[in-house]
Design a protein around this ligand. Structure first.
Ligand code: SF4
Length: 295
C-alpha cells in the first residue's frame, strides 16, 4: 500500500510502500500509548471489514490497543516479488516484525523475500531490537534458504546467497521515545546492517545523544500526532539536529506533531500533524537521507 511517510519515499522521490506480511502487536513502552497501527487496524476491520485485522485489538481506556494477537499473511508476503519498480518498503508498519510471537519459520520467509528483492529497499523498524539483533547476528542462512526454496525463489546472479550479510537493501532501525530507551540503540549497534537508523518518534522527552551516535547512520525526529497527542518541544528537535550534524549523522525531521511547544509555551500553525515544513523555523527544515557506501 502506498505511504505518505516522507522518510520512506522511493529513491526517485515518488511515494514508497508499506508491506505488512505480519499484523498485530502489543505495547512495550510509553511510545506505544497512541499507536497509529492499532488505531488503523481497528478502523480497517470495523469500517472496511478487512478480516486480516480482526481480533487484533482490545478497546481499553484511552483508545484501541493491540492485544498481542499476531497474524501472518502469506499472500502479502509475496507482494514485493511481483513489483518490478525499485521501491522503498516500510516493512511491517502495522506490527513489529521482531515481536516474540512472530514464528521463526515465517521470519525466515520475510527475510528471504527481502534478500531476494535486491531492486527494493526494506526499512525494518522495531521496538524490540534485541530480537532483530539475535535474528540477524547469527544470520540464519540455512533456515532462510529453506524458506526461499519453499517460496520457489530463484536467485538473480550476484545476489543472495552469494552475497554476505549485511545486505545493502535491508536497513535496520529502532525507536527511541526518551533517554530511558537508549539501550535499544545499543542493541541496534550490535546488529549487522549497512544502515542503522533510529526513529525518535513520537519523541516524549529530551534525548541526549552524547556518546550514543557511534555506528548510527540516520536519526528521524517526530512529534506525536492524532488524538491525545503529547507535547513535543521544538528545542528537543534542535538539540538532536545539532548533535547529529556535529557527529556527521544524517538527520530527518518528519513532523512537529499535533501538540508542538517551546519552553515559552504552545506554538505553531504547522498544519495537521505539524507537517507543514514551510511553516517551520528554518533551522528545523532538515531532511537528510543516509547513503549506502559503495561495496
Ligand atoms: S511496538 Fe509499534 S506496533 Fe507495537 S504497539 Fe508499539 S507502536 Fe504499536
Amino acid at each position: 500500500m502506498t505511504t505518505k511517510i516522507q522518510w520512506a519515499q522511493n529513491e526517485d522521490g515518488s511515494k514508497g510502500e508499506t508491506w505488512n506480511p505480519v499484523v498485530g502487536c502489543d505495547p512495550v513502552s510509553p511510545g506505544c500509548k497512541n499507536c497509529y497501527a492499532a488505531r488503523q487496524s481497528a478502523r480497517l476491520f470495523k469500517q472496511y471489514g478487512q478480516v486480516k485485522y480482526k481480533g487484533l485489538i482490545s478497546p481499553r481506556a484511552g483508545g484501541d490497543h493491540f492485544n498481542g494477537t499476531i497474524r501472518t499473511d502469506d499472500a502479502w508476503l509475496q507482494l514485493p516479488l511481483r513489483r518490478r519498480k525499485g521501491t522503498t518498503y516500510f516493512t511491517c508498519s502495522m506490527s513489529d516484525l521482531h515481536h516474540e510471537r512472530v514464528p521463526a519459520s515465517f521470519l525466515h520467509k520475510v527475510y528471504a523475500v527481502m534478500a531476494h528483492c535486491q531492486r527494493h529497499r526494506f526499512f525494518v523498524l522495531t521496538k524490540r531490537p534485541q530480537g532483530m539483533r539475535d535474528y540477524i547476528r547469527p544470520f540464519y542462512q540455512g533456515s532462510m534458504m529453506k524458506a526461499a526454496d519453499a517460496l520457489g525463489l530463484r536467485w538473480e546472479p550476484g545476489t543472495f546467497p552469494s552475497k554476505q550479510w549485511p545486505m545493502s537493501n535491508i536497513w535496520a532501525g529502532t525507536s527511541v521515545e526518551s533517554q530511558e530507551y537508549m539501550p535499544r540503540v545499543d542493541r541496534l549497534r550490535e546488529t549487522p546492517a549497512v544502515i542503522r537508523f533510529v526513529s525518535q518518534e513520537p519523541q516524549l522527552r529530551e534525548v541526549d545523544w552524547t556518546g550514543h551516535l557511534e555506528g548510527i547512520d540516520w536519526v528521524i525526529i517526530g512529534g506525536e500526532s492524532g488524538p491525545g497527542a503529547r507535547p513535543f518541544f521544538l528545542e528537543w528537535a534542535s538539540k538532536t539536529i545539532e548533535q547529529c550534524q556535529d557527529a556527521g549523522v544524517s538527520v530527518f525531521v518528519k513532523q512537529l506533531g499535533d501538540n508542538p511547544m517551546t519552553h515559552r509555551g504552545r506554538v505553531g500553525h504547522f498544519g495537521p500533524k505539524g507537517k507543514d515544513i514551510d511553516a517551520w523555523p528554518a533551522e528545523l527544515r532538515v531532511r537528510d537521507m543516509p547513503r549506502v557506501a559503495a561495496a
